[in-house]
Structure formats: structure tokens, C-alpha cells
Design a protein around this ligand. Structure first.
Ligand code: NDP
Length: 328
């Protein structure tokens, strides 16, 4: 067997962390041949709760779990990290302005970027889950100049998975019948779930749906606002599905996407599809040999163009705001 892979999880004592850690320990993050060492980062007040979770991890007797260490210091937590899952973030509280939110998160993601820069392994891969995920990823990335920028990604896989499920339901097919779903832009209400390039059981999905009204007024808002629907029903935000999406994101990045399909990831733009270079925006990507590539050459019609531009505009505004705060 190979040497254990170091996986650092921040916000480990939170509800996503609780759903995530057991799946990592069971081998679902990297595959059934890869032992993992968990490095949990929490704020000092939550270290005790993380220790409790570590006791439960021990009780799982997971054959692939090579150890669990708990830290309240980013520098230590990211020492030697191969896979960094940045889940902990400052949630928006009542009356909080966007600027305050970005500033509070800057205080978290700047030092974490610096710690990754200082201590991460050469092959480090970073996934930001904590919101606002795209801009938090941008902050961390901009403080890690020695790490290739493309290693910093933001999660839009939950949106992608939600879109797969809604479309499959609409068409009466299974999720595995659907290929080439795309989420564009920001992980926010402006995100654009695009089915115009998707295939459903071999047919073009938009043609199979044949209902622009449904796409615009039901599908897109349902996917974009699914988080609120979950909170309304569950009385708490989505956690297990978010953890599941984080697992999918890293698993596919490491192990590759199937031939003839792609996934959605928030990645630094190389200017593709008119998205300003450097913005961390969601794109369709294929993965192979531990690397991803933005799918090129898709035709973007006027409707899609407008939706992508609106979400990218929001990302640009977030970047301007954190620039003004001196965070990037
Ligand atoms: P959760 O575990 O529920 O959520 C963590 C983050 O994930 C939030 O920013 C949340 O955003 C985000 N998120 C992204 N996608 C989703 C989704 N689909 N559904 C729900 N959330 C999503 O938060 P908890 O409050 O339970 O736990 C956070 C933990 O992080 C706490 O234990 C806290 O102590 C810790 N923390 C750790 C830090 C560190 O390690 N340095 C720094 C800050 C906090 P949203 O707010 O939009 O729901």
C-alpha cells in the first residue's frame, strides 16, 4: 500500500465536517487503496468538539484511516497537506453587510492561504466549501504565490448534482443517464445551471425538455435556491449533500472524469468563455491524471451568455470589494 495522504479539513467540528470526515475515513475521498491521515483545523472554542469527533472516528475502526490530528493553528494544520478542504467560514449573520462578511472571511482565508503556501506538499489540491466560496478561494490563492494558482478551487459540485437530480426527475430518467451538465459562474443565487450542452439518455437535454419556460422559471431558480428550500424543510442548512459534493469534487479531480462526460468546478479562469482571467468561476471541466481542464469550444447562445455574464459580473464585484479591503 502507498503512504498515507494528508487531508486537512477546516471547520471540522461543523455540520458539514461531521458528515464529511467519516466518508473520508472510509476511503470515499480518494479511493479504496489510499490510506489517509486527517488533520483537523478548528477555532479554539471548537477544538473540544473536534476531539469528540476524533473519538468517533477512532470507533469507526476504519482500515484506511492512518491517524487524526487536531489543530487550532493553520500553519501546523497545513504542514505537508496534500488535499485541503476549507469548510470553516464566517457565516453571514443578520444585519451583516457584504463588506463585513468578506472582511471576516479575509481574516480566515488569508492566513490559511499563507499557511498552505508555507507548508503544503508539492501536489496540494485545495477545495473551498465555506461561503462565499469562490471569493474565499481567491483570497487564499492570492496569498499562496508559490502554489500554482490552478490548485485553488471552489465548490459548485453541489449545484451540479442538484441540477442533475432535477433534470433527471423532469425527464423521468436516472441521474446516470445525464451527461455534460454545467454550472457556470458563482456559487450563489446568480449561478447558471446550463442544460443546453447536457445529454439525457443520448439526446440533447434542452431539446428533450422542450420547455424554455420550465428551464427559466422552474429549473434554474430551483437549483439556485435549493439551499433555502433545504433550510426551510430541515430547519438547518444542507450538510450531508454538501459533504457528498465535496467528496465528488476531489474524487473526480484525483481519479478523473469518465470519457464522454464532465463535471463543474470553480477554478481560476484562463479567460475562457469571456470570464476575466484569474476570477474563480465555475466551468465545465474534465479531469485526468490529477489535473483538470476547462472544456473548450462550447457554443454559448444569447440566453446563456446573459446568464453567465450576470454571474461573472457578481464575481468581479466581489473581487473588487476584497481588493479594496486589501485582501487580494
Ligand atoms: P457548516 O459546516 O454547515 O458550513 C460550513 C461552511 O460551508 C459555511 O460557510 C457554509 O456556507 C458553507 N457551505 C457551502 N455550501 C454549502 C451548502 N450547500 N450547504 C450548507 N453550507 C454550505 O457550518 P457550521 O457552522 O456547522 O460549522 C462551521 C465550523 O467552522 C464551526 O465549527 C466553526 O468553529 C468552524 N470555523 C473554523 C475556522 C477555522 O478552521 N479556521 C474558521 C471559521 C469557522 P453558508 O454560511 O452560506 O451556509
Amino acid at each position: 500500500t502507498q503512504a498515507p495522504v494528508n487531508v486537512t479539513v477546516t471547520g471540522a467540528a461543523g455540520q458539514i465536517g461531521y458528515a464529511l470526515l467519516f466518508r473520508i475515513a472510509s476511503g470515499q475521498l480518494l479511493g479504496q487503496n489510499t490510506p489517509v491521515k486527517l488533520r483537523l483545523l478548528e477555532i479554539p472554542q471548537a477544538v473540544k468538539a473536534a476531539e469528540g469527533t476524533a473519538l468517533e472516528l477512532e470507533d469507526g475502526a476504519f482500515p484506511l484511516l492512518a491517524g487524526v490530528d487536531i489543530f487550532d493553528d493553520a500553519k501546523q494544520a497545513f504542514e505537508g497537506v496534500n488535499v485541503a478542504l476549507l469548510v470553516g467560514a464566517r457565516p453571514r449573520t443578520k444585519g451583516m453587510e457584504r463588506g463585513d462578511l468578506l472582511e471576516a472571511n479575509g481574516g480566515i482565508f488569508k492566513p490559511q492561504g499563507e499557511a498552505i503556501n508555507a507548508g503544503a506538499a508539492d501536489d496540494v489540491k485545495v477545495l473551498v466549501v465555506g461561503n462565499p466560496a469562490n471569493t474565499n478561494a481567491l483570497i487564499a490563492q492570492s496569498h499562496a504565490p508559490d502554489v500554482p494558482a490552478e490548485r485553488f478551487t471552489a465548490m459548485t459540485r453541489l449545484d451540479h448534482n442538484r441540477a442533475l437530480a432535477q433534470l433527471a426527475k423532469k425527464l423521468g430518467v436516472t441521474v446516470s443517464d445525464i451527461k455534460k451538465m454545467t454550472i457556470w459562474g458563482n456559487h450563489s443565487a446568480t449561478q447558471y445551471p446550463d442544460i443546453f450542452h447536457a445529454e439525457a439518455a443520448g439526446r440533447n437535454a434542452a431539446e428533450a425538455v422542450n420547455d424554455q419556460q420550465w428551464i427559466e422559471n422552474e429549473f434554474i431558480p430551483r437549483v439556485a435556491k435549493r439551499g433555502a428550500e433545504i433550510i426551510e424543510a430541515r430547519g438547518a442548512s444542507s450538510a450531508a449533500s454538501a459533504a457528498n459534493a465535496a467528496i465528488d469534487h476531489i474524487y473526480d479531480w484525483v481519479n478523473g472524469t469518465p470519457e464522454g462526460d464532465w463535471v463543474s468546478m470553480g477554478v481560476p479562469s484562463d479567460g475562457s468563455y469571456g470570464v476575466p482571467e484569474g476570477l474563480i468561476s465555475s466551468f465545465p471541466v474534465t479531469c485526468k491524471d490529477g489535473k483538470y481542464e476547462i472544456v473548450q469550444g462550447l457554443e454559448i447562445d444569447e440566453f446563456s451568455r446573459g446568464r453567465i455574464d450576470a454571474s461573472v459580473r457578481e464575481l468581479s464585484e466581489e473581487r473588487d470589494a476584497v481588493k479594496q479591503l486589501g485582501l487580494v
